[in-house]
Design a protein around this ligand. Sequence first.
Ligand SMILES: O=C[C@H](O)COP(=O)(O)O
Length: 248
Amino acid sequence: MLLLISPDSVEEALDCAKAAEHLDIVDVKKPDEGSLGANYPWVIRDIRAAVPADKPVSATVGDVPYKPGTVAQAALGAAVSGATYIKVGLYGCTTPEQAVEVMRGVVRAVKDYRPDAFVVASGYADAHRIGCVNPLALPDIARLSGSDAAMLDTAVKDGTRLFDHVPPDACAEFVRLAHEADLLAALAGSIKEEDLATLTGIGTDIVGVRGAVCERGDRTTGRIQPQLVAAFRAEMDRHARAYAATAS
Ligand SMILES: O=C[C@H](O)COP(=O)(O)O
């Protein structure tokens, strides 16, 4: 399982860089603009310059509206700024058809510019609270649009977590559907260390985290702490070993 960590600034990205050996993807975000809030192009560029070259930089395009042209242009902006993982939160899409249309535009805009870029179609585990597409529709949306991964996060950061909205069995189905479609499955949403056994067991490919590696567990007022990133990774590795031992 890969570990994706979401800093909100160059300063936090530098703290991520101190823990670079423990993480896999640095995900640029602006949490005060929403769960998948988009940051400025120059922040993406500066973070790309600040973290080791072998660590991919991801950028969120935002909790986007159903405006395919606007979103495609924004996604290209993230790619031009140096991100190679482009994440789109399909917040304003109320049907799978709308979501596929948005993601097709993103895939074309990004891959015309950079064919090896990795496009992530993200939905929300708590979609019922905001009226967007069903979480289990995401793998099909990603497949039909030519995206590379399907992801779930939570839209409302109020202390509720991924499994409060999409229980482990349904997350397992999400991962199964993603794998059946040859996609990576990414899961996030106030994930804590205690969730790692389940996430490992269901075959999650990428776990996305912010709050759990911030001081006081506070994704808004706390800053990412390199030692918390290292501790989180150690737990991931422990569960990976335990799972491999039981599987063999
Ligand atoms: O992409 C992952 C998110 O940044 C998750 O943030 P969170 O762990 O605070 O919910």
